[in-house]
Design a protein around this ligand. Structure first.
Ligand code: NAP
Length: 214
């Protein structure tokens, strides 16, 4: 697939690198320095490029949106028309000092994003794990006990694309249902953040659901 990265920081930089290593064509975009975007692409030695958000969006089979909530409107003004695009968002609707979610209970960041780009298909994924665990999960991708990763969205085709990317990183995709379930997954992401950054064992933390009984 051709995957555009909108926001090439901790999440976008690492996920884009993994997507490229997994065989996808990746375009890194949206950082404060073009030099950083070029370096990310160069370090991969595969099918990776750097470009503008508009270039990242053109002909993309999927876009990963990985910016702080305060940058969402800015990046969306730079992509051009996103009609029909699959937008996989890991962005959490945090306030400016990252102390709380600005949407919850009756809406979610993913749903508010979908309202901003109604002709695009939004899938919420990758927001429930810290960036620090991503390379470790990828390295362990051939092991049997894969960590889970919840995702949700309203369009089955887009969810299929997201599930493929989730599998490529090394997670077991867990379909949590429609986009409104992001009202539950986004606060869950904050729990994971607490455990990752507030716990004793460091941020290389993922989770795994197990089914018991028949
Ligand atoms: N980090 C995590 O572990 C984690 C986990 C789950 C969910 N999330 C969510 O994922 C999203 C991305 O998080 P992150 O940690 O990857 O953030 P980040 O490292 O700050 O990356 C954000 C990207 O946006 C770029 N950016 C910021 N301001 C810009 C501007 N004015 N012009 C152009 N580019 C600009 C940054 O540029 P520079 O590269 O130049 O800084 C960076 O590439 C957030 O919504 C966060 O809540 C993060």
């Amino acid at each position: 697939m051709r995957i555009g990265i909108l926001g090439s920081g901790l999440m976008g930089g690492k996920l884009g690198t993994i997507f490229a290593r997994a065989g996808h064509e990746v375009i890194f975009s949206y950082a404060r320095s073009e030099q950083k975007l070029r370096q990310l692409a160069r370090d991969i030695k595969g099918k990776a490029m750097s470009g503008t958000p508009r270039e990242a969006a053109q002909e993309a089979d999927a876009l990963l949106l990985a910016v702080h909530w305060s940058r969402i409107d800015d990046v969306l003004t730079q992509t051009g028309d996103l009609s029909g695009k699959v937008i996989v968002t890991c962005s959490l609707p945090m306030n400016d000092d990252n102390t709380r979610l600005v949407f919850g209970h009756t809406s979610s960041g993913a749903e508010e994003l979908a309202k901003k780009i109604p002709m695009a298909q939004v899938v919420s994924a990758f927001n429930t794990v810290p960036s620090e665990v991503l390379f470790g999960v990828y390295e362990a991708r051939r092991k049997t006990n894969k960590p889970s990763l919840v995702y949700c969205g309203d369009d089955s085709n887009s969810k299929g694309i997201a599930a493929e990317l989730i599998r490529d990183v090394g997670f077991d995709p867990v379909d949590a249902g429609p986009l409104r379930i992001a009202r539950y997954t986004e606060p869950f992401a904050l729990l994971i953040g607490e455990l990752a950054y507030g716990g004793k064992n460091g941020p290389e933390l993922a989770y795994r659901f197990e089914q018991f009984g028949e």
